[in-house]
Each structure stands twice: as structure tokens, then as C-alpha cells.
Design a protein around this ligand. Structure first.
Ligand SMILES: Nc1nc2c(ncn2[C@@H]2O[C@H](COP(=O)(O)OP(=O)(O)OP(=O)(O)O)[C@@H](O)[C@H]2O)c(=O)[nH]1
Length: 408
């Protein structure tokens, strides 16, 4: 009898422990220490209740991310085989569904208010004068330079506007706006290819490496990129290869958890290349569309930076080709940001720029000078601290944001 009671007690303890592992953590990820490779722990979102519901039956807010992943295994080794009840998602486990990326810039362009009031309105005020004198043209030039448009593009805009002096003299306010939008769009590189390389290639996930100095908004941007991709219906794995600061990995994990995206992270100080490798390996195994890897930006020497980024790329490419390398730049740092950017472009083959914090600057013309000086297209822009305040860059919508609508 005593033996039977002990056996029942043991079964009950095992049941409680098992359920606790699957449901009771109040988090949407489960740590799989038995998946850990040297210095790397893996987190993955809770799998949907088995059997997996077809997409149309998934609860509102759930995303397809995490689909195709192996179910979470019980953690503790030697745990007695217990018939666990199916893992029911806790009531708070509802993944957010970010909006698709299309049209985001149009929605967010009012965030360019500071640039609009100095650059757009400044130019419109001068151009609306009846007869434009040399002083007026100088004012146009100064306004463009003050907004960080850069000397070459400023000269181009002024020359083109001067050839249209006769048109300007008789233009209505609406015509003036349209003309200015046209001229600004022309210097924003409307024909540049801004496609993000996130597609699977040769049966492997697309890999996006995100580089940049710390404080530029890199980690936040990786989280926002995950949301852009999930919003566009893609499955994603995140790699927290910024192992200098534990908080960066925590931050990334939180971004991922909100949209049901798995984050691979290492212990503080772990080799960034091994975390990046592990993230891509996980993405290959899980057959996701894209793996996005955050890297550290606080290397003080150029050779250190080159070595580390070069190693990350080499190691990652043993698994899957890097399809996009994005450089994150803080728009409020102006020319300093461009100098820093050059160091990165010498270290890795940067294929696109993300300009963050454009909502906090009057120097929206920085997009023009960054593209011209680095010869790399701006692909995404940050227009706020909100989770979905990252938009694909569209030259015309941006120029419209700079000039503003008639009633603004
Ligand atoms: N206003 C505004 N703030 C932003 C934008 N993008 C990022 N930020 C803020 O910039 C700050 C720095 O962002 P992080 O992502 O921590 O910067 P980081 O480059 O990863 O820095 P480390 O992790 O220290 O390397 C955070 O407070 C972000 O919310 C943006 O587009 N607009």
C-alpha cells in the first residue's frame, strides 16, 4: 500500500513538473538547454496545440512563424516518460500580427514634420516669391545644405529649378509643391534597386546581417525587421550575435516573442560567429524563409571590426549565403554617421542602408548624401520608436513627406 502511494505521488510530481515546463513560465519561449552548443542557448516559441491547426483555423493574431519547427522536447534529462496533456497556449500567448510593409511610409510620413518645416516649407516660401533674386537662390541653396542634402545634389536641384524660373513665376501653390516633389524625388535615386534580399536561395534561408555602431538603433531595427517580414507573411529566425551586451539579446528575444519568432542567443561574451552560425543552422533546419543576425557595433579598431564581421560572414556561409548586409545609421548624427559608415563598408560588402531616427531630425536630406557618398541605396527608414515605425524607403512618398500637403 505504502509503495502504491509513493508511486502515485511520484507520478503526480512528474505531471506537475512537465506541465510547468510547457505552460507555467509566463513566457512564449522555452529554453532548450539540451540543444545548447558551446555557449549558445536556444529559445523557440511555444508550438501550436497539437495537431497543428490549418492557417485559417489559427487563433486571431497568430502567425505562421515557428511552423515547421520541431516540437519542444521536455528538458530535464532522465525525466520519466509521462503522458503529458497537450500544451495549451496560455491565455496571454497571442502573437501580434504586424501590418504588411507596403504603404507604411505613406502612413508614417507625417513623422518627417521637423524636416518638413525647415526644408520643405523653407523652399516653398522662397520659391513662391514673385521674382527670384540671387539672394533668393542663395537662400534655396542654404536651406538644402542645412538639411544635409549635400553639395552635389544641392547644386543639381538649384540648377534645375533655375531653368524653370518662368514656370515658377506663374505656378500655383499646388504646382509648386508638385514641382518640388519631382525635383527632390529625382535626387533620391528613384531607380535604385531597394529590394531586400530576404528570399530563400538554393533551398536555404535568406540571411540578413545587420551591422552598425551601437546606439544607432541596430537591435531595435532587427526586431522591427522581423516584424516587417512576419507582416509580409514570412517565417523568421533571429540571431543575437551582439554578445557584448546581454541586454541586447534580451531585447531581441522580447521582440521575437511578440511575433512568435525564435531567437538564438549566446551567453554574454560568447563568440559572435558561433551564435550567428547556430542561428543560421537553426533556420536551415526549420526551413524558415529568413534568418536575421544582429551583430555587435562596439569594436574600436577597424581591423578588429573587419576580422569579426569577416569571420561571421565566412562561418554563416558554411550554412547559407548572406543575401543582404544592412548597415544601420542614425540620421541625427549627420556627416559623422557617414564617416562611421565608411569603416563598415570597408569591412563588409554592405548592400543596403537603414536610416533610423528620421523622425527626430530636421536634416531629412541626409538620405540623399548617404546614398551618394556611400553609393549604397537606403532600403529602410526608421520613423519612430513604435514597433512598426520602420518603413521600406520609397523616394516619391519620402519627397512628399518632406514637402508636405497643401493644408499642413
Ligand atoms: N525616435 C526614434 N528612435 C529610435 C528609432 N530607432 C531606434 N530608436 C531608439 O534608439 C535607441 C537605441 O536603440 P538600440 O536598438 O538599443 O541601439 P543599438 O544600436 O542596438 O545599440 P546597442 O544594442 O547598444 O548596440 C532606442 O531607444 C530605440 O528606441 C527611430 O527610428 N526613431
Amino acid at each position: 500500500m505504502e509503495f502504491v502511494l509513493i508511486a502515485i505521488a511520484l507520478v503526480l510530481v512528474a505531471l506537475v513538473a512537465g506541465v510547468g515546463l510547457l505552460v507555467g513560465r509566463g513566457r512564449r519561449t522555452t529554453r532548450l538547454d539540451d540543444d545548447a552548443v558551446s555557449g549558445t542557448t536556444l529559445t523557440r516559441p511555444r508550438p501550436p496545440s497539437a495537431p497543428a491547426a490549418p492557417p485559417e483555423d489559427r487563433p486571431a493574431g497568430a502567425t505562421a512563424s515557428g511552423q515547421g519547427l520541431a516540437p519542444v522536447e521536455p528538458v530535464a534529462p532522465g525525466t520519466p516518460p509521462v503522458d503529458l496533456p497537450p500544451a495549451v497556449a496560455a491565455p496571454d500567448v497571442v502573437f501580434e500580427t504586424p501590418p504588411p510593409s507596403a504603404g507604411r511610409l505613406v502612413r508614417l510620413r507625417s513623422r518627417l514634420a521637423r524636416s518638413q518645416s525647415s526644408l520643405g516649407r523653407g523652399l516653398l516660401t522662397v520659391l513662391a516669391r514673385e521674382r527670384l533674386t540671387e539672394d533668393d537662390w542663395e537662400e534655396v541653396e542654404e536651406t538644402l545644405l542645412a538639411a544635409d542634402v549635400g553639395v552635389a545634389a544641392t547644386t543639381q536641384i538649384v540648377e534645375r529649378l533655375r531653368t524653370q524660373s518662368l514656370v515658377l513665376a506663374t505656378a500655383t501653390p499646388a504646382d509648386l509643391r508638385a514641382l518640388l516633389v519631382r525635383e527632390l524625388t529625382a535626387v533620391l535615386g528613384p531607380d535604385l534597386d531597394r529590394t531586400l534580399g530576404t528570399d530563400r536561395r538554393e533551398g536555404r534561408p535568406g540571411v540578413v546581417l545587420v551591422v552598425g555602431v551601437n546606439g544607432a538603433g541596430k537591435t531595435t531595427t532587427v526586431g522591427k525587421i522581423a516584424r516587417v517580414l512576419v507582416g509580409d507573411g514570412r517565417s523568421v529566425v533571429l540571431g543575437a550575435a551582439d554578445t557584448f551586451r546581454a541586454a541586447a539579446a534580451d531585447q531581441l528575444e522580447t521582440w521575437g516573442e511578440r511575433v512568435g519568432v525564435m531567437t538564438v542567443r549566446g551567453r554574454e561574451g560568447a563568440d559572435p560567429a558561433s551564435v550567428a552560425f547556430e542561428a543560421v543552422r537553426t533556420g536551415v533546419e526549420a526551413e524558415v524563409d529568413t534568418v536575421v543576425v544582429d551583430t555587435a557595433g562596439r569594436l574600436h579598431t577597424k581591423s578588429g571590426l573587419m576580422d569579426e564581421l569577416g569571420k561571421i560572414k565566412r562561418v554563416v556561409e558554411k550554412q547559407s549565403p548572406v543575401t543582404e548586409t544592412l548597415l544601420v545609421l542614425d540620421a541625427t548624427t549627420g556627416q559623422n554617421g557617414i564617416v562611421q559608415a565608411r569603416v563598415f563598408t570597408q569591412a563588409v560588402d554592405v548592400t543596403g542602408v537603414v536610416l533610423t531616427k528620421l523622425d527626430g531630425t530636421a536634416k531629412g536630406g541626409i538620405v540623399v548624401s548617404v546614398q551618394r557618398e556611400l553609393g549604397i541605396p537606403v532600403k529602410l527608414i526608421g520613423l519612430g520608436e513604435g514597433a512598426d515605425d520602420l518603413a521600406p524607403f520609397e523616394p516619391e512618398a519620402f519627397a512628399e513627406g518632406l514637402v508636405g500637403a497643401a493644408d499642413q
